[in-house]
Design a protein around this ligand. Sequence first.
Ligand code: PFF
Length: 445
Amino acid sequence: MARASESWSSPLGFVLAAAGSAVGLGNLWGFAYRAFQGGGGAFVVLYLVIVLVVCLPVLVAEMVLGRSTGHAPLIAPVTAGGRRWAPLGLLFLAAAIGILAFYAVLMGWTGRTLLHALLVGLPADMAASESFFALISSSGGGAVLGLLVSLALTGAVVAAGVRGGIERLSRWGMPALFLLLLGLLIWAAFLPGAGAGYHQFLLRWDPAKLLDPTTIRNAFTQAFFSIGTGIGAILAYAAYLNRRSALAIEAVSVVGMDTAVGLMAGCVTFPLVASFGLGEVVSGSTVGTLFIALPTGLASLGMAGRLVAVLFFGLAYIAAITSSVSLLEVPVSSLIDGLGWRRREAVWSCVGLVGVLGLPPALNTAALEVMDALFGGVLLILGGLLVALLLSWQAPARFLADLQGCATPPGLRRALLLSLRWISVPAIAVGLGVSVLDLAKMWLG
Ligand code: PFF
């Protein structure tokens, strides 16, 4: 099997594409909805600790796995650890395909809401908003059409290749997204309820929540989902890197951008929710909350609100597509690398498969929530645990040698290895255990 034959045009191209993978609906919608559920400040603190102490070393490890082997997610674990690591490659594929199936449905909702705000207007009150949401989320063909259009757009970008498709999209998409978000952040700061919103988001402090299993599960799920590590997407991207780029710095940039966007998005949605008195609706939070709450709140501002809705949902769609392409690249690169398929064949076969698997979440929101918890939560965290185990216990020499090749100081290399081994592995094991038990209690109890 050949090393990856495509490559990024520069390290910046890789960083922007990896940040594009990380920044997505998870930041704009998942972060806010889990922060509402998970007790404001306590959730945010847990989330930040997990991102910095647990996910960052795992992200570096996943990048090392991709770059040092030069292979796609299906093959790389075997190259690094031998045949008994083959199940990890399969887990990457299952998780990426499972997440893409429901992620593309959420993209469809986002796109529909955007078009509606642009062409028709915003729902006048909560009842109108709920029936609009029912229309886009589960009734008839609407959600299926949204799914298929989103998958087709994702497929078109990935089919155009690493440099001509994925990198080109991220190069304009990421700066555009950042500017739009900055504009919304400033606008939201002048809303009448802004102070109360920030307070609820960051300062509502309930220490008991730090030990609450649901808050812990939400924080782990959100951290892994948002960074997008443990699933092979960053691995697939890193396989297209050359040896010299400074992985540790690149990982810090990706995590920094992702966290900044999550916090900025919270500083837009929380003031909105507080200012329009939507706290009640949002605290009974489900995946649909923001799609119902935001347009209704914005409707009360007339034309200005409509413009903000167009910008917000437009931004969300850009963020989503730079993420969905990384999910699709996992099976696509594996088919190219493992079976020698041509890129186009691989892309459209995978799009067909995901289109079928996306039907249950498109037609039923409960199925979507289950897939979010299983693929976006449990499998992703399990993948992160296995990546950490592989690089810190099974193949530590590969980890150190790859980082040595890119001028990472020896002290930093060892510190990363030790924290991967002694902090990430046990912490993820605990997070995984708590998450599985919490889900079992929720579903069976
Ligand atoms: N990080 C993306 C988000 O926050 O929306 C979702 C995602 C992308 C998850 C890529 C996993 C992944 F491999």
